[in-house]
Design a protein around this ligand. Sequence first.
Ligand SMILES: C[S@@+](CC[C@H](N)C(=O)[O-])C[C@H]1O[C@@H](n2cnc3c(N)ncnc32)[C@H](O)[C@@H]1O
Length: 250
Amino acid sequence: MNRLSIIGAGPGSPDLLTIRAANRLKNAQVLIWTDSLVSPQIADLTTKDCERIATSSLTLEEILPLMINRFKQGKRIVRLHDGDPCLFGALSEQISGLADAGIEVEVVPGLSAYQATAASLRAELTIPGLVQTIVLSRAGGRTGMPKNESLEKLAALQASLCLYLSARHVAEVEKTLLNYYPKDTPVAIGFRVSWEDEFLEVVPLNKMASTTKEKGLIRTTLYIISPAIASHKNRSKLYAPSHSHMFRKK
Ligand SMILES: C[S@@+](CC[C@H](N)C(=O)[O-])C[C@H]1O[C@@H](n2cnc3c(N)ncnc32)[C@H](O)[C@@H]1O
């Protein structure tokens, strides 16, 4: 039975796609892709006969009929989103619209920007005794934030905080975060991580806004605010000689 595939493109570099995602792209007859955020190199993995539809200038009311129409023609359709589709991908409204039209979907995961950024930094974001929680969120902007998820509340955790879609609001973000994290807390600023023009720098929290401005970053920028990014020698229990478990007896 034909199913429409919603796939995560990962952060940008084609070799960070999952094998399943690459296979779906290779076999696609119609590609509907988020051209404002997905690297064209990934769209290019489709065949030359594949119809390509870019969605950056379309509304949901325009995108859904395109998908439904092509699907009813029996075409293999790939809806391609950047990163992982479960994060800020407008996934649920599309699945719900497709379900109303009786169309079943599969979702193929992708690497999210925070994972690619942590990998580029060679950083672990969960250091025992220091930080054990990762928060994935954003500055409110025009979308706004639910009351219980204000930046103040998230910052109060002093966890590894990954902020998407926040570059335009970075001055306010920095000001708020300085009320909760020390001013020298490392902040990774990643622009188009894993693309050929990647910019990635770690700066102290009180330089987060000025660096963003200096580099002219507005789009495709991720921040990771985390004490874990600094170097440290905290040990995990997992590999401690004093800690036994079912695979390693004392
Ligand atoms: C609409 S959201 C989608 C997030 C995506 N679903 C994910 O899991 O990475 C777009 C935001 O993701 C972040 N982003 C996506 N790809 C990125 C990359 N390669 N480098 C840095 N930030 C990226 C930026 O914050 C960008 O504004």
